[in-house]
Design a protein around this ligand. Structure first.
Ligand SMILES: O=C(O)C(=O)CO
Length: 325
């Protein structure tokens, strides 16, 4: 029997360079389909493993950790977000948790800008007109959107990704960038001339709000009916963080009743969004299938970092990116 540590990988479709690293010194088994591993399969396959290589599509909770057994040393996710992992339960059991911050910051900030511009300048709505005969002629006020120039942009979250989003917004000449976080970050804010505001002020004054915070008990559904009521009727909400930061029913009502102008969502609840979801019937929403970090080189490096996190944890060494438990 091999004495190599055993690693279970929940996605066969991660870049092979990461898996190659693991295969050099570990016994690696993987789920074999491109859709998320079914729960029952995960529970069965994780048993007896020393490390779990997972993704944001896998809920790693007590049930999974129990099924794995006491030899499990590490859970490493190929994502910056780790809200799908019960980190408190990992802490109690001495299981180390790896993730992939930094590497995807630029790709996610880039996609956020793309989504923002697609939403405020109505790109997808306009593009449809080219194909459905809606394009009759150039017309002065047809398909006009609300420019970024001169607008007040609020960022909920001002970590690595929020700061890079702000840096990319600056050249578009907004009137002001504000940010809301638990603790003000004056130095980072000065670099992009951003002003700290509380959540209420952000809601009341912003023309565009970008959600770039982690999903935590405090941010869960922070955009609810009460929040939408405070927002300006020309406000555009962009979310590239986690779907659950937004109460989606309340968002639908706010968009349908023109309480806010539009929304651009790279993340939804659930994912994928069912084809009969009412949001899909609205013109003033742009929805993308969670592709924030989907830049080829970024995803390859995320795969390698996840593998290196596992190798370090198994060797009892410092991990490249470890969640502080
Ligand atoms: O990394 C994450 O947390 C994502 O949402 C996808 O890259």
């Amino acid at each position: 029997m091999s004495s190599q540590p055993k690693v279970y990988v929940t996605r066969p479709d991660v870049d092979d360079s990461g898996l190659e690293l693991l295969r050099k010194s570990c016994q690696v088994s993987t789920w074999h389909e491109t859709y998320p591993v079914p729960r029952s399969e995960l529970i069965r396959e994780v048993a007896g493993k020393d490390a779990l290589y997972c993704a944001l599509t896998d809920t790693v909770n007590k049930e999974v950790l129990d099924a794995a057994g006491p030899q499990l040393k590490c859970v490493a996710t190929i994502s910056v977000g780790y809200d799908h992992i019960d980190v408190e339960e990992c802490r109690k059991r001495g299981i180390r948790v790896g993730y992939t911050p930094d590497v995807l910051t630029d790709a996610t900030a880039e996609l956020t800008l793309a989504l923002l511009l697609a939403t405020n300048r109505r790109l997808f709505e306009a593009n449809k007109q080219v194909y459905n005969g809606g394009w009759k002629s150039w017309a002065p006020m047809w398909m006009c959107g609300q420019g970024l120039k001169g607008s007040r942009v609020g960022l909920l979250g001002f970590g690595r990704i929020g700061q890079e989003i702000a840096a990319r917004i600056v050249p578009f000449k907004p009137a002001e960038i504000t940010y809301t976080t638990r603790t003000p970050r004056p130095e980072e804010a000065a670099a992009v001339n951003a002003r700290y505001v509380d959540f209420d002020e952000m809601l009341r004054k912003s023309d565009i709000i970008v959600v770039c915070c982690a999903l935590t008990p405090e941010t869960k559904e922070i955009f609810n009916a009460a929040a939408f009521q405070k927002m300006k009727s020309n406000c555009i909400l962009i979310n590239t963080a986690r779907g659950a930061v937004v109460d989606q029913k309340a968002l639908y009502e706010a968009l349908k009743s023109n309480q806010i102008l539009a929304a651009g969502l790279d993340v939804t609840t659930p994912e994928p969004l069912p084809l009969d979801d009412p949001l899909l019937k609205l013109d003033n929403v742009v929805i993308l299938p969670h592709i924030g970090s989907a830049d080829i080189e970024t995803r390859k490096e995320m795969s390698r970092i996840t593998a290196r996190n596992i190798l370090s944890a198994l060797a009892g060494e410092k991990m490249e990116a470890e969640v502080k438990l």
